[in-house]
Design a protein around this ligand. Structure first.
Ligand code: AMP
Ligand code: MG
Length: 410
């Protein structure tokens, strides 16, 4: 009996309607890397915080060294030394110089720094060989940032430079949504942990590794649960154990129509999860819903490795981004010229593994390998997915195709 297919867009919309951004809280700066901030940040201080020296040299009154030349240096007594973090509040009296290091405060009265290279580097007395105009090598208070200045608007995604500026103005924490905790469970009695012995009918569990890595790259914290067999009791127990630490659960395997399809068997009865066929290839059998007391969202992805990976990209990644409050939810598609004829099945959105490259002539894409959803080697050889919509049956070589570039940032 052929069931009606749900479209990719409808399935994704249902997911996005179910999953809400997590509550923000104050996080240590480094934890907020790549997260959007949930506050407007205003600088509490000036940067620089005080006039300070940009060079190692001597702080002087510029008018006193205006006549200095190579042949007729100006001699000044050196009244002390000031280094960064080791200085005293100091006023420079007329007719003297202060030896000063980079970052040390410029003393009151001084208005220029003569670099060491323009002097005889004297200790008690210094010979200055060149005139220093007012302001030379002085970093002015507030010339970079003013107290009260808006630094970042709400929603700004923090990268290393933004984090550096927040620290520079003294912020130890910033308000951001937590990284979603994604629990990844592989089901299948045939699965073995990499590094252990393989039987004649077993396979290594690649899905939980790939999915946990993909979740981490999406910005989530991922917990990879060991393999769970096709025994319903074991799966039910593993799932309820994991719910305490999950904002999202992702399972792989056990959602087809055969016997031993443990995920479907257990969760069909729980009520909160629906299973249906989505009009896509690979990745047709999908399940989504909520489980447990907290209504934790759960994605039950098909077990074939390429299906599981593509399903993650199309459905789980947007949900993770929504939980973090990161826009856009979906990775934007780019257009590229297809190097080969691409054939697609009618009535389904097809995701074709491909190699994408940009050269001086533009963006190009070509399918790699076969289309079997077990071909994990071909998946690793690809860096993109060509997306052929339901109505498209052929993309001729030389024409444009829509492409998801997998490792590219949004
Ligand atoms: P299933 O969806 O459970 O019927 O699995 C479909 C196919 O994917 C079978 O050939 C499984 O052996 C394979 N498979 C399922 N889970 C994994 C996994 N975690 N790692 C690698 N292959 C898997
Ligand atoms: Mg299975």
């Amino acid at each position: 009996m052929a069931r009606e297919l749900v479209s990719v867009d409808d399935h994704l919309q249902r997911i996005l309607d179910t999953v809400y951004p997590l509550q923000p809280y104050d996080q240590p700066l480094l934890e907020a890397l790549d997260l959007p901030i949930c506050e407007e940040v205003v600088s509490p201080i000036d940067l620089p915080g005080f006039d300070n020296s940009a060079m190692d040299g001597y702080a002087v009154r510029s008018e006193e060294v205006a006549e200095a030349t190579e042949s007729y240096p100006v001699w000044l007594p050196v009244v002390g030394e000031s280094a960064a973090g080791q200085s005293e509040a100091f006023a420079l009296s007329a007719g003297s110089a202060l030896r000063i290091m980079t970052g040390a405060p410029v003393p009151a009265g001084a208005d220029a720094i003569v670099p060491l290279e323009w002097t005889n580097r004297g200790i008690a007395e210094v010979a200055i060989h060149r005139a220093a105009p007012p302001g030379l090598h002085v970093r002015r208070v507030g010339e970079d940032i003013r107290a009260g200045q808006r630094l970042f608007e709400e929603g700004t995604v923090l990268g290393p430079r933004e984090i550096g500026l927040l620290a520079a103005v003294g912020r130890a924490q910033v308000r951001a949504r937590p990284r979603p905790r994604v629990v990844v469970i592989s089901t299948g009695s045939e699965l073995r942990e990499p590094g252990t012995a393989l039987g004649f009918d077993s396979v290594y569990d690649s899905n939980s590794h790939a999915l946990a890595a993909a979740a981490r790259r999406a910005g989530a914290v991922s917990y990879r649960v060991g393999i769970v067999s096709d025994d319903p009791h074991e799966f039910r127990a593993a799932l309820s154990d994991q719910l305490v630490r999950a904002d999202v659960v992702v399972t792989s395997g056990g959602v087809s129509k055969g016997d031993y399809d443990v995920v479907k068997e257990v969760l069909s009865k729980s009520g909160g999860v629906d299973f249906y066929d989505v009009a896509m290839k690979p990745g047709k059998p999908q399940g989504f819903g909520t489980v447990g007391e907290d209504d934790t969202p759960i994605f039950t992805l098909p077990g074939n490795p390429v299906s599981a990976y593509v399903s993650f990209e199309v459905f789980v990644l947007p949900a993770i981004r929504r939980l973090m409050g990161r826009m856009p939810y979906r990775r934007p598609m780019v257009r590229a010229i297809s190097g080969k004829l691409i054939r697609s099945v009618p009535g389904k959105q097809q995701y074709i593994r491909a190699q994408f490259a940009v050269d001086p002539r533009g963006a190009h894409v070509s399918p790699v390998g076969g289309d079997g959803s077990h071909l994990i080697g071909d998946l690793a050889a690809a860096n993109a997915l060509i997306v052929a919509p339901d109505h498209v049956v052929e993309v001729p070589a030389g024409s444009h195709a829509d492409v998801i570039v997998l490792d590219r940032d949004f």
